[in-house]
Ligand binder design. Sequence first.
Ligand code: DLZ
Length: 162
Amino acid sequence: MATALKNLSEYNSDNLIPIDGKRFGLVVAEWNKAITDTLCKGAYETLVKHGAKPENIERITVPGSFELTLGAQFLAQSSDIDAVICLGVVIKGETKHDDYICHAVAQGITQVGLKFNKPIIFGLVTTNDEQQAWDRAGGKHGNKGVEAAAAAIQMLGVQLID
Ligand code: DLZ
């Protein structure tokens, strides 16, 4: 009988499960494309570094972050895909668009994950300006695409222990 969850804190980026047989979906928003491409590169390279086969990584693009949820659903509904990584950059402007988009994406991809019982990773960078976004896309705060890929791998390693 299942009694415990394997502890996520046991993992770090050098201590992840083998993923050579796993299939990943990447959903990448085209708004702030230069930055989301950099996030995507970080995610892709992390998956490959940890053993994912390039032919097992499927990338689709969507217009903006708001569409990440439906993109995630397109991929998650395929029985082939084990985990989906959503990547977008939402930068604050004069209006509250950032709030609406971020909340919608957070709720949307949560629902997709629960509906399909698969990890759907929230790789949405939400910042006050473009520089802060670059700081998180290979800059002084690392690359959130790398972290998103590591989270997907970690989630595939979560299992019930008898
Ligand atoms: C409309 C919009 C705005 C103002 N800002 C962003 C943003 O900073 N980042 C992003 O990924 N998308 C933005 N969008 C586009 C919306 O996500 C969406 O694509 C459109 O509203 C169409 O549904």
